[in-house]
Design a protein around this ligand. Structure first.
Ligand SMILES: [Zn+2]
Ligand SMILES: [Zn+2]
Length: 1011
């Protein structure tokens, strides 16, 4: 006997049950054991930042990773299953700052860098555990005690080696440039951290006069939305070939910006170049000695502002570039925290926002303000703390990108991207990538191993812990790990003999994640070190080994990686950069990437908007299988609308599958049936079809998995379930009632195969069903059963039944359009365009409840043709009237390809609008190939039969409601008014398992169980 299935699946309960069972039975370990030594499938996990519990969006990538690892495992591949945690850098630091209530670098330093580092490590340990639990609940099979943590000393050492290689190639330099800067975090940000971090902000909009020297009463007018930059102004730029005009108030503007004004004098931009003007804040100490003048700049925009641009090289990237061309002084007004320096007088110590008011008031007082308002615009903000960014001149460490750009493009050309157009996105990013700004002025991050020497001018880059030890002049005893503050207490000896200190900066977190194809796989490591990766801050958190180089050779490059599209400029980029630098090759062969998660109404999810769903909530309320199904069904190049509504819809759809399994279990139990390897008798045509259809499912699913195309997996599954339930089971009902073992066996075969192939997507449901359905000698878990080998299929048979199903679908559609219930038999059906379906007259007749089926041209169709007026009007002119009349009268001939001949004109398919309609008395539906028509007229016989079908349906519902077993017999009593139905008594008895049908003085049909 099979264990009975409940009426509805309780997804949450069955998932918990299966999770516990997997653990108890060690299913995953047994799977790994079975695959050991099999062909490797190398997947490299992009690290998840261990800084918060997972959001629902994290479940997307985690699902895809698990789906394909499971698929490859079923195919016998040996895999690593190493999960990764990102552990240092701004994410974690800002998380800890919030936890501790710290809000500036000064407060961190007062708190103590060592203590701060300990808190960061605690936070990582805490959330690594939370994330692990959530991933397990999602069904993700990973080697959980073997995770890599990017703050391990080993990981850091590998980055040091990479940086040393960059230095040896001359790519490493200290840049003095204008960078986007977060005043709260006190650090610059790199190009890849800026994209998409924008907010709509309101800023002041000022039109300001710069009075010209030697030209009394004349001023340049500039426009700015950053008043704080005015105290650092040194020049004004004009477009040399633009025309400028002086209005009667003495103000110079670009004519194009104010075309209606009356200008008393006009001049080209070139003529204004070289003029000197009084700066807006010349009295400030910082401005002493600065000569303000007009410079030429071809890029001055005439689409906004005044056509004259205020230039402050210390406060903008383009301004800074201009300062190099025109040899302008560079005034840097603000410090790391975004506050004004002492040389800025009354502004000293104030933030950029705070000075906007005083600057405006001062300009107003001196008559320099033409107009003050406000403007709402898209403005860059810090991706981590949302503080608006400012430009600052800073000395940052950069890696030159030019030399590696082409090799990276070449490497990307070897990568297979899914969906494929993301390959172009990667190319675009690589073509435009700036030098990589790798330094951050922070605390808990990769310590950059840079030791500049003031004596000899050389830069020493330390490439390993061993090298550090060798060169150290002290401090080694307190070096607990390669982090600040401990690393800063280890000075080293320069080749020239001087003692050197490390620069204070830490590294970009994408260095941490980018190195993992080397650090976790033991690149160039001569000897395998047990737990050799679990070093420094990672000691005690993981047991990960540091493998040897042979291992790296085996697992590098990754066959497959999968992360969200954003990672093109982040992890896909950083690991490609590092990999091409070290090996000249791409670190991955294929990539599956996907878009963003939105709420179910298509809005971005934000905690503050109350529409965010975190992973815990989703898992508790929706369950893992449905979440996984939702992610898999989705086309990854589109944003996904996630929520309880879509989840309920999937749960509802899955019921069809569940019911099919339940149907089998119930009837197999009635007949005490157990399946063997082979069918227990001769297959009927429908059985043969389902057998082939099942093979087709395996082939389609295998193909979709091989292409990493999850929507294809779900589509193949869905159409199979439809065929199984709405064709095979429905067409075979009578056989199941009769305990037909061949039908039971065929259905069983279809169910176990479908459970197998959907297993990677819905592992819990699959194992829950597998444990009930599996043959006695099959493994206990579906994941221990090898993937079914696709075999050749009888495509003719598949095509034949597929055509029958299309005829039936169209017939149903025609009935529906005509408002005719399926239970009402009809007289005649005509099918046009059918091929092999013609061999299935009886099935079609039965499915569509028609007495006669004819395969012939459908004459019940009326073709109406109208002129496509926008095209034909101009073409036919006066002829249009007669043509239209002829078309209306049906006086035309249809041509191949959809056109018509009318009144001596040949009109193309696009020149006419063709409408096909049923003639009176017919219902009709058509697709590209098939046309199906049915007579709609009813006679007494048809009406009576329709009532019998209604009765059968009603009685069977009554049986169910009364809780009768499938085998129970009944006595059926009908109202006297239904006496005419007794003509069909045998038919009725047969359909409702009645021993007797009679009429009596009842008002509704009644049933009674016979003993
Ligand atoms: Zn910030
Ligand atoms: Zn030196």
């Amino acid at each position: 006997m099979y264990e009975e299935l409940p009426q509805y699946p309780d997804h949450l309960a069955l998932e918990e049950e299966i999770l516990a069972w997997w653990d108890a039975e060690g299913v995953f370990d047994r799977l790994r054991e079975r695959n050991r030594g099999g062909p490797p499938f190398s997947f490299m996990d992009g690290p998840i930042t261990a800084n918060n519990p997972m959001g629902a969006h994290h479940c997307w990538g985690r699902t895809l990773k698990d789906v394909f690892q499971r698929y490859k495992a079923l195919q016998g591949h040996d895999q690593r299953y190493q999960n990764g945690f990102d552990c240092q850098g701004l994410w974690v630091e800002v998380g800890v700052e919030r936890e501790l209530g710290l809000n500036s670098k000064r407060e961190i330093e007062e708190y103590g860098i060592a203590e701060f580092a300990e808190r960061c490590k605690e936070r990582v340990a805490k959330y690594a555990e939370v994330i692990t639990d959530q991933c397990r609940r999602l069904g993700m099979w990973m080697d959980w005690d073997n995770d890599y943590y990017t703050f391990s000393d080993t990981n850091i050492e590998y980055i040091w080696r990479f940086l040393k290689v960059c230095h040896e190639r001359g790519w490493l330099y200290k840049g003095h440039r204008s960078v986007e800067w977060c005043p709260r975090c006190g650090t610059s940000l790199s190009q890849h951290e800026l994209i998409n971090s924008y907010a709509m902000l309101t800023h002041p909009s000022l039109y300001v006069r710069f009075p010209l020297k030697d030209r009394k009463g004349e001023s340049l007018v500039v426009w700015t939305t950053t008043p704080w930059t005015l105290p650092a102004n040194v020049a004004a730029a004009v477009k040399p070939d633009a025309e400028y005009g002086l209005n009667d108030e003495g103000d110079w503007w670009a004519v194009e910006r104010n075309p209606d004004a009356t200008f008393v004098r006009r001049a080209s931009g070139a003529e204004l170049v070289g003029l000197e003007y009084e700066g807006p804040f010349d009295a400030l100490p910082a401005q002493q000695g600065v000569v303000h003048r007009v410079i030429p700049w071809d890029d001055v925009a005439l689409t906004e502002g005044t056509g004259i641009v205020h230039i402050a090289p210390g406060c903008g990237a383009e301004d800074f570039e201009l300062s190099r061309v025109h040899d302008l002084p560079v005034l840097t007004p603000i410090n790391e925290a975004g506050r004004f320096y002492e040389a800025y007088g009354e502004f000293e110590g104030r933030s950029t926002e705070d000075v906007a008011g005083p600057v405006t008031i001062e300009l107003e007082r001196r008559g320099l303000l033409v107009e003050a308002g406000s403007v709402e615009h898209r403005y860059p903000i810090c991706w981590r703390c949302s503080t608006p960014l400012v430009f600052r001149i800073a000395d940052d460490w950069l890696i030159r990108a030019d030399e590696i750009r082409q090799p990276m493009l070449d490497a990307n050309a070897t990568v297979h991207w899914t969906p494929d157009f993301y390959s172009k996105r990667m190319d675009d990013w690589l073509r435009n990538m700036d030098d990589w700004n790798i330094s951050r002025r922070r605390y808990f991050g990769l310590p950059l191993p840079f030791y500049p020497c003031d004596s000899c001018g050389e830069l020493t880059v330390v490439g390993s812990l061993a090298e550090l030890r060798e060169r150290a002049t002290g401090g080694l005893e307190q070096l607990q790990e390669l982090h600040r503050p401990w690393i800063d207490n280890v000075p080293i000896r320069c080749d020239c003999g001087a003692e050197l200190r490390r620069v204070q900066e830490v590294g970009d977190a994408w260095l941490d994640a980018g190195i993992v194809p080397f650090s976790t796989l033991g690149w160039q490591n001569p000897e395998w070190k047990e737990h050799g990766y679990a070093t420094g801050a990672a000691a005690g958190l993981t047991g990960a080994d540091l493998p040897d180089h042979a291992y790296w050779e085996k697992w590098y490059p990754a066959h497959w990686v999968s992360e969200m599209r954003e990672q093109i400029r982040l992890w896909f980029y950083s690991q490609c950069f590092m990999s091409v630098t070290l090996t000249g090759k791409s670190p991955y062969l294929s990539v599956l990437t996907y878009e963003k998660l939105l709420d179910e109404h298509g809005r971005e999810m934000h905690r503050s908007w109350g529409n965010a769903i975190d992973a815990a909530e989703a898992l508790q309320n929706i369950g893992a299988d449905v979440i996984r199904f939702m992610f898999c069904e989705h086309v990854p190049s589109q944003n996904l609308k996630f929520g309880y509504g879509p989840a309920a819809e999937i749960r509802r759809r899955l019921l069809t599958y569940w019911n099919s399994v339940k149907f089998y279990v119930d009837y197999a139990n009635v007949g005490n049936f157990r399946p063997g390897v082979d069918a227990p008798g001769e297959l009927q045509p429908l059985d043969r079809w389902l057998l082939e259809r099942t093979e087709q499912l395996v082939a389609e699913m295998s193909d979709a998995y091989d292409r990493y195309w999850t929507p294809g997996i779900i589509r193949a599954f869905d159409t199979f379930v439809d065929d199984l339930s709405n064709w095979y089971i429905r067409r075979s009902r009578r056989r199941f009632w009769n305990g037909d073992e061949v039908a039971l066996w065929t259905l069983w075969n279809a169910l176990v195969r479908s459970v197998q192939v959907i297993g990677p997507v819905m592992p819990f449901l699959a194992d829950y069903l597998w444990r009930r359905l599996r043959a006695d000698d099959a493994p206990e878990s579906v994941f221990l059963e090898p993937w079914p080998e696709p075999r050749d299929r009888d495509n003719e048979l598949l095509e034949e039944v597929s055509e029958v199903r299309r005829v039936v679908e169209l017939g149903r559609q025609a009935r529906g359009d005509a408002g005719l219930k399926l239970r009402q038999p009809l007289r005649r059906l005509v099918v046009q365009g059918a091929g092999p379906a013609q061999r299935h007259v009886d099935e079609i007749a039965e499915e569509l409840r028609v007495k006669e089926v004819e395969f012939a041209p459908v004459e019940a169709m009326e073709v109406r043709v109208k002129p496509n007026l926008p095209l034909l009007g101009p073409k036919l002119g006066k002829e249009l009237g007669p043509v239209r009349a002829a078309l209306e009268a049906g006086d035309f001939e249809q041509l191949e390809g959809g056109g018509v001949r009318v009144n001596g004109h040949e009109l193309g398919a696009d020149e006419v609008l063709v409408e096909r309609r049923a003639r009176d008395g017919w219902a009709l539906a058509a697709d590209d190939v098939l046309t199906v028509a049915m007579t709609t007229e009813l006679d007494d016989e048809l009406r009576r039969e329709g009532r019998v079908y209604e009765l059968i349906h009603r009685v069977n519902t009554m049986r169910k409601d009364a809780g009768l077993e499938l085998t129970d017999r009944i006595r059926l009593t009908l109202p006297a008014a239904d006496a005419d139905l007794l003509e069909h008594a045998d038919w009725i008895k047969n359909e409702v398992l009645a021993t007797e049908v009679a009429t009596d003085s009842v008002s509704e049909p009644e049933i009674a169980k016979t003993s």
